[in-house]
Write a protein that binds this ligand. Structure first.
Ligand code: WT7
Length: 661
């Protein structure tokens, strides 16, 4: 068991490793890797469209496409237009037909220690019945179906059942409020909603259907509410509108064939926050999306479906869950781990316990989660046997080198390559990373554009900036899994992504740099870039520097309006353990940042705090921090995981001001 000494030794080792710029994959990894060198990048670059068409052929089409890319009306690109396909057939039926019905699709673990194994044959049975239940309520091609479910196997069945009959699903993350479900059902004119009686979270049961009822009553398009029985909480049902899923499935036929759909048939809408208050309905279609997620899931994660156990800790309600819990892994016939609960329930080592139990070989999570685990300490990791793990991944935000190294040393035991995957809801699939058997990883730097992807860092005129210079991350060539539009809002699609550099260059919205080996470091959203005395700086870069201070656990940096310098750097800082902020420590951190980046980046102001306002997906809401720091009325706080944080912060800043004033 790790004593205090071990934690200290670890800190020391991580400190030393900060000097290591690149980590080559161990030979033993490369030896067995699906891709061992960069020849695939080269092959794809020679003719990307033809290369993608070749990858698409590995899916099981009803009718193979003869057209790869239709670029006659940019940026409304289409892929594989004359092919026909069905996502539920690709993800389920073909594996059963190939004799793999007994393979486990999901090792599902419940919060209270339950375990259920769901095979591909189980999915085949349930998805057909669920599709039949939807059809019995008049739902068919093109009808939008909302899904508001926790992390239970039924959520996968519901998604695939929609796909089976060509009804685009619109999943709303279970942590969002019923109000936001209503809004999303309204925006998409959903004809049905699939939800649950109640959900469990950290040992408590919360009613869900009852809350939905309170806000959903008067939506004219919403004809049916399907309810999954999960917790057994009291659930009043409205006659004529509400249907128990288990009853509807029993009444449905056992065989409901997958419909032959055009490749460009909409598979799903997923709402994501944009720069305005109204969420964007990101639309993905079938053939191209499946091509992108299947390829990236297989090759970025070096997946051997017969041997590997895949564990993605995301929630199905986000794009990561859509692409790397549902469609990618199932298209590849993988065996996955699915966990219902929170990472710290019933204890802070639950992920590692599940890795051990399931024999997980590949683990994919977010940097924010890794930082939380760091803070909780190695004693939650070490009791578990993680020797089966062979590859680790991260997604969602830049990972600071210290967290990368902790993940590498503590979870990966120094032996597992890490893939830092950059992508977005809009891109559908991973765009930038390293192929783990073929490329070195550089901590804190995502990697190179994947085969078939033309990512570049451009200036405002669309020219490439020199290496190591900050610019606009852009994708210059269409790719199969790209969004097709914003649902019912082509204008916003055009203005958000295709106005800045023209209709053939997708502007990502992130600032980035590319080094002379083509590795991209993503600096952060464009709106999080600061300008201090005319110098551009990234909040993420400063945060990373602050967090690399040995006494700091987490930090959020904002640009604060400043008379002298335009903007100045303000940092909210969470210290390790129970440490108290002092003037000395403040000076120390400022000096630390000066050493890591430069004097200009030093925070002018440090605000000690115990918590930060985060969205439910773990993103720090800097907009709210700016409001607080500048003493403004708070903007919308409804997407916060814990709105209570804001009150505490306001008091903190107010007391700081009265002290200094
Ligand atoms: C934004 C997209 C893709 C699933 C989760 C987030 C940031 C994402 C990375 C990474 C640096 C990253 C970008 C991007 N981001 N992955 N590996 N390194 N930044 O999906 O909510 O659509 O957010 O997340 O800023 O634009 P999303």
């Amino acid at each position: 068991m790790a004593g205090a000494g071990t934690e200290e030794q670890l800190a020391q080792r991580l400190e030393e490793l900060l000097a290591v710029e690149r980590f080559a994959p161990p030979e033993s990894f490369t030896e067995h890797a699906l891709i061992k060198d960069r020849s695939v990048h080269e092959a794809a670059a020679a003719d990307p469209v033809a290369w993608w068409a070749e990858q698409a052929r590995t899916l099981d089409w009803f009718k193979e496409p003869t057209v790869a890319l239709d670029d006659s009306n940019p940026p409304f690109y289409q892929w594989f237009t004359d092919g026909t396909i069905n996502a539920s057939h690709v993800c389920v039926d073909r594996h059963v037909a190939a004799g793999n019905g007994d393979r486990v699709a999901f090792h599902w673990y419940g919060e209270e220690g339950e375990q259920r194994d769901i095979t591909y044959a189980d999915l085949h049975r349930d998805v057909q019945r669920m599709a039949g239940a939807l059809k019995a309520r008049g739902i068919g091609r093109g009808d939008v179906v909302g899904i508001y479910l926790p992390m239970i196997p039924e959520v996968v069945v519901a998604m695939l059942a929609c796909a089976r009959i060509g009804a685009p699903h619109n999943v709303v993350f279970g942590g969002f409020s019923a109000e936001s479900v209503r809004e999303r059902m309204e925006f998409s004119d959903a004809k049905a909603l699939i939800t649950v009686d109640g959900a469990r979270r950290k040992g408590k049961t919360a009613p869900v259907k009852v809350n939905v009822d309170e806000v959903m009553g008067d939506l004219p398009a919403l004809e049916t509410i399907f309810v999954v029985r999960h917790t057994g909480v009291d659930t009043p049902m409205t006659d004529g509108r509400d249907v128990w899923v288990h009853e509807a499935m029993e009444a449905a036929p056992a065989e409901v064939p997958a419909e032959e759909l055009p490749a460009e048939h909409p598979l799903f809408i997923l709402y994501s926050s944009g720069s305005t208050a109204k969420p964007k309905g990101i639309l993905h279609t079938t053939g191209g999306y499946l091509t992108g997620v299947a390829w990236t899931h297989k090759y970025v994660f070096d997946l051997k479906p017969e041997e590997d156990v895949w564990f993605c800790s995301a929630d199905v309600g986000w794009i990561t869950g859509h692409s790397y819990i549902v469609y990618g892994p199932l298209a590849n016939g993988a065996t996955s781990v699915m966990y219902e609960g929170a990472p710290d329930y019933p204890h802070k080592g639950i992920w590692w316990e599940l890795c051990e139990k399931s024999g997980a070989t590949i683990f994919y999570t977010a940097p924010t989660a890794i930082r939380a685990c760091m803070k909780w300490g190695v004693e939650h990791v070490e009791p578990h046997d993680l020797s089966k793990l062979r590859l680790l991944g991260t997604v969602g935000e830049p990972i600071n080198p210290k967290a990368w190294l902790w993940y590498h040393e503590v979870v990966g035991d120094g032996r597992c390559p890490i893939v830092d995957t950059w992508w977005q809801t809009e891109t559908g699939a991973i765009m930038i990373t390293t192929l783990p058997g073929a490329q070195d990883a550089k901590p804190g730097i995502a990697g190179t554009p994947l085969p078939g992807i033309d990512a570049a860092v451009l200036d405002e005129d669309g020219n490439e900036v020199p290496p190591n210079t900050q610019g606009l991350l852009s994708l210059r060539r269409p790719w199969p899994s790209m969004l097709r539009t914003l649902y019912r809002d082509d204008d916003r699609y055009l203005s958000t992504y295709w106005s800045r550099l023209g209709r053939e260059t997708y502007v990502v919205g992130d600032a980035a740099k590319m080094d002379d080996e083509g590795y991209v470091s993503v600096i952060g959203r464009i709106d999080d870039v600061l300008n201090v005395s005319g110098h551009r700086m990234s909040t993420a870069e400063i945060e990373s520097a602050i967090v690399s201070h040995e006494l700091v656990a987490e930090s959020a940096v904002i640009g604060q309006a400043d008379e002298d310098t335009g903007q100045s750097v303000a940092a909210f800082v969470i210290l390790q353990g129970d440490l108290e902020g002092t003037a000395e420590l403040e000076a120390d951190i400022r000096e630390h940042v000066a050493v890591r980046i430069g004097k200009l980046a030093r925070p002018k102001r440090i605000i000690w705090t115990d918590d930060l306002p985060k969205t439910r997906s773990g993103k720090i809401m800097r907009r709210l921090l700016r409001d607080i720091a500048e003493g403004r009325a708070l903007g919308d706080v409804t997407t916060l995981r814990d709105p209570g944080v804001m009150e505490e912060l306001q008091q903190l800043v107010a007391s700081e001001q009265s002290e200094s004033g």
